[in-house]
Design a protein around this ligand. Structure first.
Ligand code: NAP
Length: 270
């Protein structure tokens, strides 16, 4: 494998799932360097055999591709450090929510800046990762994120929307799955069987949904007068789909408002 040297700044929840996915895909550990403020996070990364750097300078000198994976409020500090170290000729990718490409370019002082919005399924090579900007598609960057799942180049506004509809939804899906597990337990299914069956149903229907329309999956299962149609009727009687949709839309609207305020602050700083 002709592997690019990757430097990851921040190996917390997301950064660590990225490195786990890369390592599982066979990406050479010697080509991944990491840096984090937190010693416990670095120790965890070192256990995977990754090279832990003692400073940002060390990470930058090793890397062709630099991934910033710190919380949004910490991005400015990291970006200013990178500007001082100088990263000309290197590609910088931020996974942070909120912080725009424009702000990153201003702070780092290089136009080779990208944003990526993956999710924690990167750990099992099943992330959906939005990359931006699409008018500067980069094969090298696309390849790296392809090791941890599926990649799509999108406009920055779409990437922002996916922050909540794709990167936050693993938490919602986990809650939904938990309801299925509880219902199975209530019906007398042993816990380990319930967990595995629910995991497989979500995984299997996820795969089917890549190829088939959702209504067609539903209609295939729901036979006339059968158990499934009665189950679906119960869901409609309880307003489950409407309530879920309203909750998701409300959460997205709150996120959009916060993003708008964040962008106003960014514009004032320029
Ligand atoms: N978690 C997700 O599912 C997810 C999905 C998509 C995108 N994201 C984005 O990914 C970014 C990271 O999220 P996360 O959930 O992984 O956060 P996290 O678990 O808090 O990890 C961030 C790590 O970066 C470290 N850090 C902070 N400032 C640093 C600096 N100046 N230099 C080096 N390391 C530094 C933190 O250390 P301390 O804790 O000691 O400060 C922490 O270990 C966020 O911007 C988020 O918007 C997250």
């Amino acid at each position: 494998m002709n592997a690019a040297n990757i430097g990851i700044i921040g190996v917390g929840k997301l950064g660590f799932s990225l490195v786990q996915g890369l390592v599982k895909s066979g990406y050479p550990v010697s080509s991944i360097h990491v840096f984090d403020k937190s010693k416990s996070m670095l120790d965890r990364a070192a256990e995977l055999g990754l090279k832990v750097c003692g400073s940002l300078e060390e990470l930058v000198s090793f890397s062709n591709i630099i991934i910033i994976s710190v919380r949004p409020n910490d991005v400015e500090g990291v970006a200013r450090e990178l500007a001082k170290i100088r990263v000309e000729g290197k590609k910088v990718i931020s996974t942070a929510a909120f912080v725009s490409l424009r702000a990153l370019e201003e702070l780092i002082g290089t136009p080779s800046v990208y944003r990526a919005m993956p999710n924690i399924a990167a750990e099992v090579n099943s992330s959906f990762t939005a990359l931006s900007p699409p008018n500067r598609k980069d094969i090298g960057i696309e390849k790296i994120f392809s090791y941890i799942g599926v990649v799509e180049w999108v406009d920055e506004q779409v990437l922002d929307a996916l922050t909540i509809t794709s990167s936050s939804t693993p938490a919602v899906v986990a809650e939904l799955m938990d309801a299925f597990v509880l219902a199975s337990l209530r019906a007398g299914v042993p816990l380990d069987v319930a967990r595995r069956s629910v995991a497989m149903v979500f995984q299997g229907i996820g795969k089917l949904a890549e190829q088939k329309e959702l209504w067609s999956i539903r209609n295939t299962v729901a036979t006339p007068g059968g158990t499934t149609v009665r189950l679906l009727q119960k869901l409609y009687e309880h307003g489950v789909k409407e309530k879920l949709l309203s909750a998701l839309v409300e959460a997205y609207e709150e996120f959009s408002k916060k993003l708008g305020e964040y962008r106003e602050k960014e514009a004032k700083k320029e």
